[in-house]
Structures are given as structure tokens and as C-alpha cells.
Ligand binder design. Structure first.
Ligand SMILES: [Zn+2]
Length: 78
């Protein structure tokens, strides 16, 4: 099985851009919704939402989501 060659991150030149997929509101898969640099010091990301492309949005680590789960404040930004 050949390794897939991902495009190099154009920002840091060290990490690769890897495609991430998500699921829509109805559970429909959204393939390659976002591309994220694998270099943690870079964090460059590019994503599409409702036909618009967003570049280098701040990344939510997910730690906050776990902490906020107790207060049932489920405001999903989709
Ligand atoms: Zn990068």
C-alpha cells in the first residue's frame, strides 16, 4: 500500500496538510471539509463551510469542550 503524499504546508514548509472529514447535521459525511497542518507549532488550517473557505481559523483543542460538558451549554457552531 503506497503512502499518500499530502501537500506540504506552504506556511511553515515543514508539516503536511492532511484532509479531515466531518459529519453534517443529518449525519451525512462531509469529506475533506478541512485541511490542517501536521506541525503543532504551525497550526495552519483551511476549511470550507457553507461554500465559503476559511483560512487559519483558531483551533479549538477540544479540552474546553470536555470541561464545558457539565453545564449543558450546547451551542454548536456547526
Ligand atoms: Zn504548517
Amino acid at each position: 500500500m503506497d503512502a499518500i503524499a499530502f501537500p506540504k504546508c506552504q506556511k511553515c514548509g515543514q508539516g503536511d496538510l492532511v484532509p479531515l472529514s466531518d459529519f453534517g447535521n443529518q449525519g451525512a459525511p462531509i469529506h475533506y471539509k478541512a485541511w490542517v497542518c501536521t506541525n503543532p507549532d504551525c497550526g495552519y488550517n483551511l476549511k470550507i463551510r457553507n461554500g465559503d473557505v476559511y483560512i487559519n481559523e483558531p483551533i479549538n483543542s477540544g479540552v474546553n469542550n470536555i470541561r464545558n460538558r457539565s453545564n449543558n451549554n450546547n451551542t454548536s457552531l456547526g
